[in-house]
Write a new protein. Structure first.
Length: 141
């Protein structure tokens, strides 16, 4: 008796493996200086930030130099993009105090905020407990 795997099951297995490998640590809700930003808006900021790397809107995203030496689980370079409480930044004048920090390939590194009242223009780290979400990776040329 010959054993074989049908093409249908092979494709299904391949799809499951690929999707499993695409799961990375990303943010759930972020707590930034007493403000909670739900996962939907955190991931929306991440997605929009990656999409605009080659075509910034009102200066975002841009390189985050991390002069505050905030620890992140990712290696530099980092990008930052506004992370709003209930919307996705569209380039308007109000970018708010919160930012999502990420890699160019779409990897979530963390959240940062300008604390209130602002003693200076420094950032502090937001609390964003990790969870598994489907990540996307941008082809690097």
């Amino acid at each position: 008796m010959k054993t074989y795997i049908s093409l249908k099951y092979l494709i299904l297995f391949y799809t499951v493996v690929v999707l499993s490998l695409a799961v990375v640590k990303a943010a759930a809700d972020c707590q930034c200086d007493g403000i909670y930003i739900i996962e939907r808006w955190v991931n929306g900021a991440l997605t929009s930030g990656v999409e605009h790397i080659g075509a910034p809107i009102n200066g975002y995203p841009h390189i985050f130099h991390n002069r505050e030496n905030i620890p992140f689980p990712c290696e530099t370079p980092y990008y930052e993009f506004p992370m709003l409480e209930n919307d996705i930044y569209d380039g308007g004048n109000h970018q708010g105090p919160h930012r999502v920090v990420f890699k160019a390939n779409g990897t979530f590194c963390g959240g940062i905020t300008h604390p209130y009242p602002p003693p200076n223009n420094d950032f502090v780290k937001c609390h964003c407990p990790p969870t598994h979400v489907l990540s996307f990776h941008v082809q690097q040329d």
